[in-house]
Each structure stands twice: as structure tokens, then as C-alpha cells.
Design a protein around this ligand. Sequence first.
Ligand code: SF4
Length: 358
Amino acid sequence: MAGLYIHIPFCKKRCLYCDFFSTTLLERRAEYVEALIREIQARQHETDEPIRTIYLGGGTPSTLDIRDIQRLLAAIDAPEAEEITMELNPGDATPEYLQALKKAGINRLSMGVQSFQDELLHLIGRRHNAAQAIDTVHWAQEAGFDNLSIDLMYALPTQTMAQWQADIEIALRLGIQHISCYGLMYEEGTAMTRMRDQGELMPIDEDTENAMYDYLCARLKDAGFAHYEVSNFALPGFASKHNSRYWDGTPYIGVGAGAHSYIGNIRSWNPDDLDAYLRGIQDGNLVRESETLTDQDVYNERIMLGLRTCQGVPRKAIQTDFSAYITKGLLRETNEGNIVATQSGIHILNRIIEDLMI
Ligand code: SF4
């Protein structure tokens, strides 16, 4: 089984917290789609395994019109694809667009909602409002989507626990199947980091951030969602198949500017520069950088990615001494003999992972 990731780097407006590779040069979409089709056709058989999951991510894939989505999907040779996800900005959705996506073969939507509080959406520079997000979920359901995910963010400046709790309740009332939640990170070079450094906004304190995360985990568990990865929660049967591949080491092919691929211990990546990518495809000499993972790299990735999941890492596969973390209640052993992070352990997971790497 393999996955195919298609990167659509276009955004109508940059969000203030974002450090992903994206561009507002929407006028380059047509030539980009042509380049993507060429890259898909050239590379989709790089792994012998059939493509079972397809993921259109960004950037903002919903900046593409429906004809471009149809052309991209038509270029893919994946008759056995079982999950075809597209990320969607609620600001782009209309009932007609959602119906057309469903008809085109998209069977899972991941919506960048982030918050149901208009003042917080404005603060972080999102271009949609809460009403649009709610309408989008309803329109998607009416269009027949029965596998919907939304992204929510916590630890936003000025965000209160009451606002966060309200966001979770609204999400639960919408009847969606999957929720991804991320604490705001102040990434280098972003507008929000500059605003923090200039004293224009005050980050949430660590205790409140941890309390928000703990509330989220408890409330979603109560509502029947499995906490299958640090940031991801799903009703039974609705864990993201595509993203689970990243965590369990299954091969994936990434096409588009900045996209990464992982096939047989070799990781490669396209240039995260629109011009370099388009020129490379047009001239037939796209330069992809790559690295071959050593046994040590593979081990460290297994620790890093495995400890983020509810499966954890088999005890016997761990080469370093982790007993102190068990004693402190930060890691625990499951009945199957796997080591997983406890709720308190997740708060300092990066530190634990670093310690367990070789
Ligand atoms: S829409 Fe997504 S990729 Fe684009 S700027 Fe906002 S967070 Fe970044």
C-alpha cells in the first residue's frame, strides 16, 4: 500500500501564524496544475505498491476550481484508492463546489476551521468566519460527505478556557467524524512571532495550554473519539488512513513544490520554490534532493513517530533506558507490550522523544 500526496501551495491570504510553504500568486495556478499532472504521470509508479490513499494538501487546495481537481484526479492511476482527502478552507466553499468535489471522487474533507470565535479567527488572520465554517460542514454533509475532519487551534492569544470549551461543543454538535487540534506555535519568521516579540500580543501561559489540551482529550474521549495520535481524534473507523501511513513508515510519493516522498528508506523532496519547481518540470530536469536514512535515522523516526500514536513503540524495540519515565508515570506499557506516552507524558513528549533517541 502506498500514499500519494499532492501539494497545492496557493493561499488567497497568508495567515499570521503560518510558516508552511505557500504563495499568494494565484495567477500561476493553471501552469502549476499542468506541472502537477506531468509529475503525477511520471512518478506515480515509483513504488510497486498500489496507491490506496490520496491527499490534496496545502497551501489551500480549495483555491483550485473544480475542473482542475477533476483533471488532477483523472491523471492518477489508483483504481484501489480507498481514501481521497482534500483540505478545504471554509471561505471557498459553496454547496455547488462541495457537490462537485463529491462527484469528482473526493471522499474525505479536512476543513481548516481553527476556531468558531470570529474575534480569534480575525486575530490569527484567517479569511473565513465561524458562520461560514458551520455552513460548510452542513453543505458537505448535504452533498453526501460522511467522513469529515476539522482542524481546531488552542493556546491562541486572549483565548479563554470557556471559548475553547465552546469550540469543542460546537464541533461535536456538527456530527463530524474526525478532529485535529493544534496548539499555536510561534514559528520563526511569522507575523505572530513578530507581534509577540514586539509586545503586541501575549502568549497563553503553559499551564492554561496544558489544561486546554487535557480538557480536549477528556471531552472527546467522552464523546466516543479515539485519541489515536497526539493531535488527532477519530470516531471508530475514521482515523486518517493517509496520515497513519506517515506514522507507520508506509511509502508515499509527494508531488508538487516542496512535497516530500519516502520510498524504501530514501526520503526526497521537491524544491519549495514555485519558479524552481515549474522550471524543473517544464525542462524535464526537476532536481529533487534526497537522503538515505541510516539504521539510526530509521530507529529515531520510529521513536519520534511511534510515541506520538496510541500504538506506541514495542518495548523490545527501544534501545535506550526509559525506566525513569515509567516510574514517573510519563510513559506506560500496554497489555500488548508497547510503550506509550501517558497524558502527563504528552505534555513533555518532545523532551522524552529526544531522550529516547540514539
Ligand atoms: S491557509 Fe493554511 S497554508 Fe495558507 S497561510 Fe493559512 S495556514 Fe498557511
